[in-house]
Write a protein that binds this ligand. Structure first.
Ligand code: 4AD
Ligand code: MG
Length: 431
């Protein structure tokens, strides 16, 4: 008997096949049982007809508890009524392990309970769909950067320096030295770009942020491209092309998942480069017009501000040229203004907030040295980074896309905790 996966059933119509599956749900009457089966690759309905399988198998089917694992054999048929399109006409059931009291369904639960049971909650249809979308974004990321001549380079996780400010660092011991968990691979990616031209990284990053919002994780994954000889505007073009590419890939390859999540895909279909741009100066004016009196030039935006700006567009929007005082030390100043830097944040539509932070980097040795001093950073910890500016320094730019916020946006999840398998949150290191 051929053992196949649910996702491949379409090429086995009319054949008798064997699946390894779990019972996700079940309903039955005296003569027929409908088994909702899942095997990780998908969900399918198994139909057990008493007259066909006989009393013994029918009773086995009726007695299956949720999450029981089994090998199940049957004929693949077309089923026009379901979105998946196929069914299994069950012939045999071989129970592997009978599950006891699966806690997640069918009861209603609060989020804390579901989070405590994240290891089981991941099996639900909704979580399954979100994880598939996450996977597709990662796949499309590699495709995009490989197609465009980027080399994947992996920066270290244990580091001696802090790119994004010293207040949100996880400190640890590295034998006798102090070390930090990486907040961003950027500084290393800048060195990598000087060696390989166009590079990107994809890895975990850590921020000891005491924020408890629907956009903040303590551990999150970032995609960080860095490009030699690429200046501010060119950097934005790469970003809008990359983001359009992953949105279109998810629309194309995750149709079932988006449907299962009830995602309004018409909003995603519009996402196509180029994206609108607004300067920080104009964003401040816009917010004042909208009645946000709490914010003044020089302040950083909070999520209500970002959401108000994003609401005027049906695309992601770049906010450019932030004040130098609210951005990290490494950003290249505006050529004609001292008070703003060549940076942009990309704000997702529908209130999902900042998904990208990026900038042109300072490539002048003296200016970078001065900025390190202004930010009271220990120059010796950045000696290697500074030295890059002595060895054929070139204009270069890069950005970081937060994977979980992007997953939350595309899947329509209300909180980033659902867009990573095992979220690390302010109050959660378990499971
Ligand atoms: O804007 P950030 O802090 O930029 C950097 O770290 C740059 N060094 C990246 C670079 O230029 N290579 O972070 C980049 C993105 C944010 O736009 C956001 O999407 C995500 O990372 N992010 C978080 N996601 C979840 N939880 C958090 N606590 C996050 N902090 C940032
Ligand atoms: Mg940022």
């Amino acid at each position: 008997m051929k053992k196949i996966m649910i996702k491949d059933m379409s090429s086995h119509v009319g054949e008798t096949v064997k699946l390894g599956a779990w019972l996700a749900n079940k309903r039955s009457s005296g003569k027929i049982a409908f088994l909702q089966l899942r095997d990780g690759s998908g969900f399918v309905q198994g139909v057990v007809v008493k007259e066909v399988v006989g009393e013994e198998i029918f009773q086995t089917a009726k007695g299956l508890t949720q999450e029981t694992s089994m090998y199940i054999t049957g004929e693949v048929t077309k089923d026009e009524r379901s979105s998946f399109g196929y069914e299994l006409q069950v012939k045999e059931i071989e129970v592997i392990h009978a599950a006891v009291d699966y806690p997640i369904t069918p009861k209603e639960h609060g989020t804390e309970f579901l989070m405590d049971n994240r290891h089981l909650w991941l099996r639900s249809r909704k979580q399954h769909a979100i994880m598939k979308i996450r996977n597709e974004i990662i796949r499309a990321t590699y495709e995009f950067f490989n197609n465009n001549g980027f080399v994947k380079m992996d920066p270290p996780i244990l580091t001696g320096s802090a790119p994004e400010g010293t207040s949100e660092l996880f400190q640890t011991k590295y034998f006798d030295e102090d070390a930090y968990l990486s907040q961003s691979g950027q500084l290393y990616m800048e060195a990598a770009a000087m060696a390989l031209g166009k590079v990107f990284s994809f890895g975990p990053t850590f921020r000891a942020e005491k924020s408890k919002t629907r956009r903040h994780l303590i551990e999150f994954w970032m995609i960080e491209p860095e490009m030699a000889f690429i200046e501010f505007d060119e950097n934005l073009e790469v970003q809008e092309q990359y983001v359009s590419f992953i949105v279109q890939a998810v629309l194309k390859n995750c149709q079932l998942e988006l449907e299962r999540l009830g995602r309004d895909t018409s909003k995603l279909e519009k996402i196509q480069a180029p994206f609108p741009r607004i300067t920080y100066d104009d964003a401040i004016k816009f917010l004042h017009e909208k009645g946000f009196d709490d914010i003044k030039w020089g302040d950083d935006f909070g999520s209500p501000h970002e959401t108000a700006i994003a609401e005027s567009y049906d695309m992601p929007v770049f906010i450019t040229h932030y004040p130098v005082g609210i951005k990290p030390f490494y950003m290249q100043p505006h050529p004609d203004r001292e008070d703003v830097v060549l940076c942009a944040d990309l704000i997702a539509p529908e209130g999902y907030g900042e998904i990208i932070g990026g900038s042109e980097r300072i490539h002048d040795y003296d200016l970078l040295k001065q900025r390190l001093a202004e930010h009271k950073l220990d120059e010796s910890a950045y000696a290697w980074y500074l030295e890059l500016r002595k060895q054929g320094s070139v204009p270069h730019s890069g950005f970081g896309l937060g994977l979980e916020r992007t997953v939350a946006w595309l899947s329509g999840a209300e909180h980033v905790r659902e867009s990573i398998p095992f979220p690390r949150l302010l109050n959660r290191l378990y499971p």
